[in-house]
Ligand binder design. Structure first.
Ligand code: SAM
Ligand code: SF4
Length: 444
């Protein structure tokens, strides 16, 4: 009988995609995936190190799983992903909650590590690789809706933003063979998926060269868009220093490439952007937003903002707010700066903004974004959008939910429709996070 593996995923979409690779590797090695933690013989926690509170959450969870371990002798627990890479064998030594540790480039070694751990040996592999992209592994899809999915196109990052731990825990940037990306996309289409999100820490620096033929991100995106006009294509994340007009023209050319760009600014102050090693200025960033508005007028734009980075003053903070106001973001992820041991900022700059000031500035940023999000949603009321249905609404079985090309969530009465279908929805009202409407027969 096959053994059962349960996997819990924290952090970004990249980790979600990695968990699917891990389940694929384990299912070739005698494990069956279960959604029920109580019936698992192996529990894996795929972790995130991006901020301290992400790590705290994992420790809390491991303690809870420790109780299960006591009740079930032989149960193995593995810590995988970014925290495994950051803390390495110290996790096994310091905490007896974990039997094995595997970094993001060591997932092929998991069957061996499980064997070692099962026979009571130390099981750690945190070697980073220059080549590993798991290109040949067909991920086992664990998403529930069967409509939208992620495809990882590259791994690692070379950017060395001063606050960020990603280059250290996920290694150097490497791109995946475009043929294998397209192969995975075709498989998804065959299985009925209607949307893919191409994932990388900086998709604009995707590159692949074979026999003198160079594929950059605009070319890759175009090939994926051409695979099926009924497949929606999204991507994340773009880096403001690298996003090109060529890419914007490809997005504008294809109806099935979604009109949404996540373009994290992080700060609006040139002094802070320089300390962050982001390699662009406020003016450069604004020029990129202007180019988006000009080439793709209907494009939604979202951002990530960090409040209270090292040495940030009230003036710097006001610059962040004014950039947000100018950019009129449709959506934002907003964070308090969290010092990460080993990062450039931790080595070079004092984490000198008090917790209280970070919290207040983050609040300013959140309240401003609430205003901008409400404005962005209100302007859609009265318009008709094509919506890809993703699921039943959580609040009502008679309602469905899906997203517009601009990534706005829409809720509407089902009217006999099902997930995976495209419908046209007239937006009748909104909250700051959701559009609410009804299906109409009119073509857009
Ligand atoms: N590669 C993407 C990029 O450059 O935007 C995403 C990187 S990270 C997974 C997602 C976001 O977390 C970043 O854009 C940044 O806003 C935030 N972040 C990263 N390190 C952080 C830190 N030390 N403290 C607070 N926020 C952080
Ligand atoms: Fe981190 Fe910067 Fe790389 Fe994004 S681009 S993963 S923020 S180092």
């Amino acid at each position: 009988m096959e053994k059962k593996v349960y996997i819990e995923t924290y952090g970004c979409q990249m980790n979600v995609a990695d968990s699917e690779v891990v389940v694929s590797i384990l299912s070739d090695n005698g494990y069956e995936y279960t959604e029920n933690i109580n019936e698992a013989e192996l529990i894996l926690i795929n972790t995130c190190s991006i901020r301290e509170n992400a790590e705290q959450r994992v420790w809390g969870r491991l303690k809870a799983i420790g109780h299960l371990k006591k009740k079930k002798p032989g149960l193995l627990v593995g810590l995988i992903g970014c925290m495994a890479e950051r803390l390495k064998e110290n996790i096994l030594e310091k905490e007896h909650l974990v039997d094995m540790v595997a970094g993001p480039d060591a997932y092929r070694a998991l069957p061996l590590l499980i064997n070692d751990a099962g026979s009571g040996h130390k099981a750690v592999n945190v070697l980073l690789s220059q080549e590993e992209t798991y290109a040949d592994i067909a991920p086992v899809r664990m998403d529930r809706n069967g409509v939208t999915s992620f495809v990882s196109i590259m791994r690692g990052c070379n950017n060395m933003c001063a606050y960020c731990v990603v280059p250290y825990v996920r290694g150097a940037e490497r791109s995946r063979d475009p043929e294998s990306v397209l192969g995975e996309v075709m498989e998804l289409i065959k299985s009925g998926y209607r949307e893919v999100t191409l994932l990388g820490q900086n998709v604009d620096s995707y590159k692949w060269e074979i026999n003198g033929e160079r594929t950059g991100f605009p070319e890759l995106l175009e090939k994926v868009a051409q695979a099926d006009p009924l497949l929606r294509v999204r991507f994340s994340t773009s880096h403001p220093k690298d996003i090109s007009d060529d890419l914007l023209r490809v997005i504008s050319k294809y109806d099935n490439i979604c009109k949404h760009i996540h373009l994290p600014a992080q700060s609006g102050s040139n002094r802070i952007l320089k300390l962050m090693n982001r390699k662009y200025t406020r003016e450069w960033y604004m020029d990129r937003i202007r180019a988006i508005r000009e080439i793709i007028p209907e494009c939604a734009v979202s951002t990530d903002m960090i409040a209270g980075f090292c040495t940030e003053t009230e003036d710097d903070h006001r610059e962040s707010l004014s950039l947000m106001e100018w950019s009129e973001y449709d959506f934002a992820y907003m964070f308090k700066y969290s010092e990460r041991p080993g990062s450039g900022a931790a080595r070079k700059y004092p984490d000198d903004v008090t917790e209280e000031t970070k919290a207040r500035r983050l609040n300013d940023i959140i309240s401003l974004q609430n205003k901008l999000s409400t404005k962005s949603k209100k302007k859609e009321v009265g318009r008709i959008f094509e919506v890809l249905i993703e699921n039943q609404s959580k609040r009502s079985a008679d309602h469905l939910t899906g997203r517009t090309s601009q990534n706005n969530v829409v809720v509407f009465p089902a009217d006999g429709h099902e997930k995976g279908e495209y419908v046209n929805v007239l937006i009748e009202r909104c909250t700051s996070a959701t559009l609410i409407g009804k299906i109409v027969a009119i073509r857009i």
